[in-house]
Design a protein around this ligand. Structure first.
Ligand SMILES: Nc1ncnc2c1ncn2[C@@H]1O[C@H](COP(=O)(O)OP(=O)(O)O)[C@@H](O)[C@H]1O
Ligand SMILES: [Mg+2]
Length: 218
């Protein structure tokens, strides 16, 4: 489902953020990507979403070499991925429902079907009662759940999240963790970067760890 083949990533003018990284994630796995700040976790996730391209090596997602996709093909890749990235903030001047509808505006989905999916996604994350609320009035945990609803609204087969429980109180963090486990239980392939893998380790999640850009041998 996701495969890294000797991937090295060097940012312009920078050192190697990833160095000769190879691994495979199979369909339906729940994988925790661990590692200290600066280890390369966000870079690895961005390569999967074609938000960055590898300097060398290849990144395969659902049978496609994403480093070689034409820019016109990238939206199709993104549509099959649910992304909860740290720098994809909610629009604060739009309602919760509008935020979740946003990814479907670009797919040209019929308005009624888009609304149906948005309602369903918000129900899954337990925010049906807040559809009309503005994000600012929600707690940090609730805002994160809106971001997750937005990520799952196109029914992705792969869900990727970058430190989805960062800056949350432990109780909220546990709720978010439970949510990802429920998507995994429903058959979605889930890859989460997190500092706090104790939230997932009791549930048989596979763990891969980056140390200064290299995969640590388990
Ligand atoms: N856009 C960028 N330009 C240059 N260097 C970057 C950029 N993004 C990340 N880096 C560097 O790449 C390394 C890995 O960063 P990152 O993938 O964000 O790690 P993590 O998510 O594990 O904290 C760090 O040394 C970081 O400073
Ligand atoms: Mg990061």
């Amino acid at each position: 489902m996701i495969q890294f083949d000797q991937v090295t990533m060097r940012y312009p003018g920078g050192h190697e953020a990833l160095c000769d990284v190879s691994f495979e994630i199979k369909h339906g796995e729940l994988v925790i990507l661990a590692g200290h700040s600066g280890a390369g976790k966000s870079t690895l996730l961005k390569l999967i979403a074609a938000l960055e391209r590898p300097t060398s090596g290849s990144v395969w997602v659902s049978g496609q070499d994403v480093g070689k996709l034409k820019s016109s093909q990238v939206p199709y890749l993104r549509r099959s991925l649910g992304l909860v990235m740290q720098d994809h903030r909610l629009l604060m001047d739009r309602s919760v429902l509008d935020n979740v509808l946003l990814p479907m505006r670009v797919t040209g989905l019929h308005e009624q079907e888009a609304l149906r999916r948005a309602h369903a996604a918000l129900e899954k994350v337990g925010l049906s009662a807040h559809e009309g609320s503005m994000p600012m009035t929600l707690s940090g945990g609730e805002q994160q759940r809106v971001a997750i609803a937005r990520a799952i609204v196109n029914r992705p087969t792969i869900l990727i999240a970058d430190e989805p429980t960062a800056h949350l109180d432990p109780a909220y963090a546990r709720e978010i963790a439970a949510l990802f486990r429920s998507f995994h239980a429903a058959g979605v392939t889930v890859l989460l970067a997190t500092h706090d893998d104790t939230l997932f380790s009791p549930y048989g999640a596979r763990r891969i760890e980056l140390v200064q850009g290299s995969l640590k041998d388990e």
